[in-house]
Design a protein around this ligand. Structure first.
Ligand SMILES: NC(=O)c1ccc[n+]([C@@H]2O[C@H](COP(=O)([O-])OP(=O)(O)OC[C@H]3O[C@@H](n4cnc5c(N)ncnc54)[C@H](O)[C@@H]3O)[C@@H](O)[C@H]2O)c1
Length: 450
């Protein structure tokens, strides 16, 4: 059904949004801590056991029109999003554990909660993964596909996608990467075009990572893809092109949780008040499988690149050399098994104020990574599905309006990313207003004083 144009509004709805009817199938490479916390959480919410805290799509509202109009609908009533009861799930992993056992191993949620959703979780068994130990050095597992070359593996993933579409009765699908962080690679010639990439798949090119094979398979099947890890994956020209061609929206990279979330909350505040920064030292201890993978220098380098870029983009040292021209920014992740998923992140922030007088801020964040990541996964799959149903968004490729959820937001080539959480939030909400033909909110507000 077309979006209705709002009467008496100068803006008109852009294009149409198809209704969210039928089931939405969520396909997850990597059934570890984040994926199981997400799926168990959705089922717990559906059963009325828990609340979807941290999820903008489930709890957020959006202001429409003037402050005097008092219009604040819930986001999921304003735009047509799939309902939680319509979500169905599948996934891939190199280990054979079903989602219940995987959730028990991850140790994020309490056994008493998991046991209440056990029948549901136990039924979700991982499909055989596309995996290459050269890309994730610290892991190896038995549940892995075999094929003559990477194109054959991509074909097997496409079969999985078609099989799930049929067996689950899903009307629409979304794929979201929740697997381990792959080793650092840079975009090369093989990533520049669909022709080069497909040739590379057939020739087993070493610069085609497993995550790219999943993304290729998804996009070829017209399925939107979100990248929750810092791997290149869909941030290469071939995927931008395929995404547009196949009208399968993409977004990434690296869920913005924990320390980076706090950084993108604090740094815009310093800049807004013209407070200077000399240095920011961030260190973490964490003991989950993600921490173990990141203990490998190759995987850590991928993560480090993603974490370091944040401050520079928020603080714009080229515009404010006196305040931010000489920042020492360091990020450390230490694998410390006793902590499990309950990591601890310390920040020492050296700032300076009026006349250059120095001050310090210390942050000690005892956070739970997967508890912060799960609602992001939920919002991303629902919003990507919305993008796919929107005639205006489905063909544009990168969904920059979803930057809000990422440490390293993808943008059109040549454009710098917005990292400031509050700009990202405004961008997201204005995109929703725009889709529905509502006025943008600029916060100018002079009309109240006419
Ligand atoms: N938890 C957070 O706050 C957070 C934030 C940002 C990014 N991430 C990223 O999300 C991802 C998942 O995190 P996690 O804590 O769930 O990690 P995890 O180690 O618990 O789970 C990852 C799972 O992926 C599987 N896997 C690895 N390679 C695979 C492949 N090629 N195909 C299928 N499965 C594969 C592993 O066997 C494992 O079960 C990681 O890349 C992590 O860096 C997490």
């Amino acid at each position: 059904m077309p979006t209705t144009k709002k009467q008496g509004n100068t803006n008109t709805a852009k294009g149409e949004i198809a209704p969210a009817k039928g089931k939405l199938g969520i396909m997850i490479p990597g059934m570890g801590a984040v994926a199981t916390t997400f799926v168990a959480g959705v089922e717990a919410v559906r059963k009325g056991i828990s609340s979807p805290i941290g999820s903008l799509t489930q709890m957020g509202t959006i202001r429409l029109g003037k402050r005097t109009e008092g219009r604040f609908p819930k986001i999921n009533e304003f735009v047509p999003l799939a309902g939680l009861n319509d979500l169905v799930f599948t996934g891939w992993d190199i280990f054979e554990d079903n989602m219940y056992s995987a959730a028990r191993n991850a140790g994020v949620l309490e056994v008493s909660l998991l046991d209440q959703v056990k029948p549901f979780l136990s039924k979700i068994k991982p499909r055989k993964a596309v995996f290459d130990n050269n890309y994730v050095k610290r892991l190896d597992g038995p549940n892995v596909k075999k094929g003559k070359n990477k194109m054959e593996l991509a074909e097997q993933l496409r079969d999985d996608i078609r099989d799930f579409r049929k067996s689950s009765g899903a009307d629409r699908l979304v794929m979201i990467w929740c697997a381990s962080t792959e080793t650092f690679i840079e975009a090369g010639p093989v990533h520049q075009s669909v022709t080069a990439f497909e040739k590379g798949l057939r020739a087993n090119h070493e610069n085609i990572a497993p995550s790219m094979i999943y993304a290729y398979a998804a996009l070829k099947e017209g399925v939107p893809f979100a990248n929750g890890a810092p791997n290149l994956t869909v941030d290469i020209p071939v995927m931008h092109d395929l995404s547009k061609q196949m009208e399968a929206p993409i977004c990434g990279k690296d869920y913005k949780t924990g320390q980076t979330l706090i950084k993108t909350i604090l740094a815009p505040g310093f800049k807004a008040r013209m407070i200077g920064l000399n240095g920011w030292f961030s260190t973490n201890i964490l003991g989950n499988r993600d921490g173990e993978v990141l203990d490998d220098p190759g995987s850590f380098k991928t993560k480090e690149e993603s974490k370091l870029s944040v401050l520079e983009h928020i603080l714009q040292p080229e515009l404010y050399p006196e305040l931010y021209g000489n920042i020492c920014h360091k990020v450390r992740i230490n694998y410390y098994p006793p902590r499990g998923d309950n990591k601890e992140g310390w920040d020492n922030i050296d700032i300076f104020g009026w006349l250059g007088y120095p001050m310090q801020i210390k942050v000690d964040f005892l956070c739970r990574d997967s508890i912060l990541a799960a609602p992001i996964v939920l919002d991303l799959v629902l919003f990507l599905d919305l993008a796919k149903r929107s005639s205006e968004l489905r063909g544009i490729g990168i969904q920059e309006w979803l930057s809000f959820y990422f440490k390293s937001p993808m943008t059109a080539p040549g454009l710098y990313p917005e990292h400031d959480l509050f700009i990202q939030s405004m961008k997201l909400k204005n995109t929703l207003r725009h889709l529905k033909g509502e006025e943008m909110i600029t916060h100018l507000g002079l009309e109240y004083y006419d």
